[in-house]
Design a protein around this ligand. Structure first.
Ligand code: ACM
Ligand code: ZN
Length: 560
């Protein structure tokens, strides 16, 4: 009886052997390293079942949910012993070399997903998701006919990252998860979470509760582009509890994303200093602020004798951590100890960017340490500070990442460098044998305008950019100055969304998309010499369906 059913099922799908597709049905971003178009279609319907090992439970669940989401079919999951002919088979195998790679075979009667790790299987499902979405768009019969193919795919870079600055504006947990979802559909694997700033401290630290009682809140925000016009006098803030962070880490893990937290030091510490003034070189000096951008509430506080407050305007601030006092080091070791315990990531980002040295030059403690340690001035004091934290984190089993300013002085070769002021820092670091992540502000800062004509664009950073989709797509992360061996030190690339002017999830999504989609292709696909922007745009036009499905906002310029 059973064999009769199986036989009739198989007949039912025979006609899909000959339903072929056009190149339009094979739009995938990021582009797979190897795609072969084959004859036939796999029809998703009520009879489709998934076979998988229990080690792939998370991915199987994700696949079933994905199919339900798009097609409304509730497909079931079975163990391998049951013989059915209309199957999606998921399995892990050592025949695939790449840790993140996968093979996806689609034929009229079955789909096979093979990967070395669960991560590779997850990426295969992301590819399949795009094909399913695409098929529903194209199919006149409203059937989900998935085009037959053979894909063998693996990423170019191991670090495929996106940074979100939650210091300038606080984004709730729901948006953080949305951001993680976006990273996942792009087959990216790193969420760099910028958690501390002059304008807000966002992570609960149990030992220092004032960091979030005081530091997570500001009494107003600059209106207009820096130097702005006045304060909006609206209290803004928020922070992530350690429980919320654990929940987010778990959420990301299911999508094979590692969260690298950034605790920025020794600059960008206005919020920490407002919470614990002893961290400043000059605890008794009032926080230097832009005169016309002090909220009424903060004016009252300062009149009442409070010295240190959370910053309410953008720009680089001079009140930085004192690098000459033992107490600063102890404080930050305690902070980092909690951060290292919380985040499973091998890397912790400790910033190091834009630290003005004015205070250090006139601080007796900083000057004393420079003399005592025989440092060549303030730049070496900065690398002394970074190296100290690096050594501390190493004892906790962690490695550090820093912005390219950490190359000033004598930074430890163990530090990974994020090249943001162009690619120069990245080239220098790679030549010295240091690991590098390329995130040059032009074109990888997504807070810069995305088009040259800014008349109808919402306010954002001026003076640089625009960083267009095309600039991003055409960027070559491996500079010609590097030899092949030196290029191996480039771990990957990253897009950064700083949020001085980006106060809402809606605006954030507008800045992210579709530029993030272009970054994902550069991060994944190895075809620098085969880049074809027009061809990419064609695929991007189909990818738009995924934005819609996810309910995210995106900029429409390149779709018009
Ligand atoms: C930076 O943009 N300050 C790293
Ligand atoms: Zn000092």
């Amino acid at each position: 009886m059973l064999s009769f059913i199986v036989l009739s099922c198989s007949n039912k799908y025979d006609k899909y052997k000959s339903i072929n597709h056009t190149i339009d049905d094979y739009n995938i971003i990021p582009k797979p390293s190897n795609l072969q178009i084959l004859n036939g279609s796999f029809k998703i319907d009520d009879n489709t079942v998934v076979y998988s090992d229990s080690v792939l439970n998370n991915e199987t669940e994700y696949l079933i949910q994905t199919i339900k989401n798009i097609t409304n079919f509730s497909i079931s999951s079975l163990d391998k012993n049951f013989n059915n002919t209309h199957i999606i088979n998921l399995e892990l195998t050592d025949t695939i070399n790449s840790e993140e790679g996968y093979v996806l075979d689609i034929a009229y009667d079955r789909i096979d997903i093979k990967a070395k790790t669960t991560k590779g299987a997850f990426y295969a499902i992301e590819t399949l998701k795009q094909l399913i979405l695409n098929s529903s768009l194209n199919s006149e019969s409203q059937e989900y006919l998935i085009p037959a193919l053979h894909i063998k795919d693996e990423p170019r870079f191991s670090h495929r990252g996106m940074m979100l600055d939650t210091g300038r504006y606080f984004y709730d947990v729901e948006f953080i998860k949305q951001f993680i979802d976006l990273i996942a559909v792009h087959k990216m694997n790193i969420f760099h979470w910028h958690l501390t700033e002059d304008q807000g401290w966002r992570i609960e630290i149990k030992k220092y509760p004032k960091l979030t009682e005081v530091g997570a809140w500001r009494n107003g925000t600059e209106i207009g582009r820096t130097p702005g016009t006045k304060s909006d006098n609206i209290k803004h803030g928020g922070f992530y509890s350690q429980d919320q962070i654990k929940d987010i880490i778990n959420y990301a893990k299911k999508k094979h994303i590692t969260i690298i937290p950034e605790i920025d030091m020794p600059g960008h510490n206005g919020a920490a200093i407002a919470s614990y003034p002893f961290l400043s070189c000059f605890p008794d000096e009032v926080t230097p602020m832009n005169d016309n951008i002090i909220s009424e509430k903060t004016k009252e506080l300062l009149n009442s004798g409070v010295k240190k407050v959370v910053q309410e305007s953008w720009g680089i601030k001079s009140d930085v951590l004192c690098a000459g006092k033992e107490s600063t080091y102890t404080f930050y070791e305690n902070v980092l100890a909690e951060v290292a315990d919380l985040f499973p990531s091998e890397y912790i980002h400790i910033g190091g960017d834009e630290c003005l040295k004015d205070n250090w030059k006139r601080c007796p403690n900083c000057q004393h340490l420079i003399e005592e340690k025989d440092l060549k001035g303030e730049e070496e004091l900065q690398s002394y500070f970074i190296n100290h934290m690096s050594a501390f984190l190493k004892r906790k089993g962690k490695k550090i990442i820093g912005w390219d300013e950490i190359l000033e002085g004598q930074v430890t070769p163990e530090a990974t460098v994020m090249s943001w002021r162009g690619v120069k820092g990245g080239i220098q670091a790679a030549k010295q044998g240091q690991n590098v992540i390329m995130t040059p502000r032009e074109p990888y800062y997504l807070d810069y305008y995305q088009v040259a004509d800014t008349l109808n664009e919402p306010l954002t950073v001026g003076g640089r950019g625009p960083n267009t989709v095309k600039d991003i797509y055409l960027f070559n992360p491996l500079p010609k100055e590097l030899t092949e061996t030196e290029s191996k030190n480039i771990l990957g690339i990253q897009g950064n969304l700083w949020t001085e002017y980006i106060a809402t999830p809606n605006y954030a999504e507008y800045m992210l998309l579709p530029r993030m989609t272009a970054i994902s292709e550069v991060a994944w696909y190895s075809g620098d010499n085969k880049k074809d922007y027009e061809e990419f745009l064609k695929r991007l036009n189909k990818f738009e369906a995924l934005y819609s499905k996810m309910g995210v906002n995106y900029a429409k310029h390149v779709f018009e």
